[in-house]
Design a protein around this ligand. Structure first.
Ligand code: ATP
Length: 223
């Protein structure tokens, strides 16, 4: 679905990594871990086409990321749901309106009927009319996940989806992500939380990759 072949990325003159190779097969579940600043967010952005590789090839749904036309970029936005690290919302819109925003922006009002079910699934039915600043950290993370999946994407890419929430809430978020994977979605999660990864491994056949010093390796003893 998404493949990186010998990919390098430089910010200005500084090389973050080179020769990275990664393949996300349909229905797979991957964790990406590694120290702060190793390049996890950058790697995720390459996977969903928000950054272009300095060299090497990124293929998204079998199309080179450098060759995407406007329609294909719109298709990628629909087929890849992203949970960003700092889940930001429009503070003057309710939580339900924020979650539904991808539908209103893309004109997919036919999918609006899914909104109520989705709010229930993430446990935010009661909070649907509240404004984002009125929500707790865990509620905001769940709202961000709901917004990422409302277009029914094939791939979910989540950057620290359990950052700033307690253990119980991170378990709840993990359960939602595992459920999505059981529905056939491909899941890629960047996280520092090794406990979360350990717990997930008892629930799902997850592959764990560690990005460190510009190298992407299978995680080992630390798990
Ligand atoms: N827009 C940018 N311009 C220049 N350097 C950047 C930019 N974005 C990130 N960097 C640098 O690239 C490196 C990798 O950043 P990135 O956010 O990908 O790491 P990360 O592994 O996700 O970190 P964290 O775990 O702290 O979120 C860092 O040193 C960061 O300062």
């Amino acid at each position: 679905m998404i493949a990186l072949d010998n990919v390098a990325y430089h910010y200005g003159g500084a090389e973050l990594f080179s020769q990275l190779t990664l393949s996300l097969e349909p229905g797979s579940f991957h964790f990406l871990t590694g120290p702060s600043g190793a390049g996890k967010t950058t790697l995720l952005k390459l996977c969903y086409g928000a950054l272009q590789a300095t060299s090497g090839e990124v293929r998204v749904f079998d199309t080179p990321a450098t060759a995407l036309d406007r329609d294909q970029i719109a298709m990628i936005r629909r087929r890849i749901g992203v949970v960003h690290q700092n889940c930001e919302f429009l503070d003057h819109l309710s939580i339900a309106e924020n979650i539904a925003l991808p539908l209103t922006v893309s004109g997919r009002l036919d999918l609006m009927e899914n909104l109520t079910d989705l709010l229930g699934w993430v446990g935010l039915a009661k909070q649907m009319d509240q404004l984002p600043p009125e929500l707790s950290g865990g509620e905001r993370q769940r709202a961000a996940l709901a917004r990422a999946v409302i277009m029914s994407p094939d791939v979910i890419i989540a950057d620290e989806p359990t950052g700033n929430v307690d253990w119980e809430m991170s378990q709840r978020l993990l359960t939602l992500l595992v459920e999505l994977n059981r529905m056939g979605k491909t899941v890629l999660i960047a996280t520092h939380d090794l406990n979360l990864i350990r717990t997930a491994k008892s629930q799902v056949a997850a592959r764990v990759l560690r990005l460190k010093g510009g190298q992407l390796l299978q995680a080992g003893a630390e798990l």
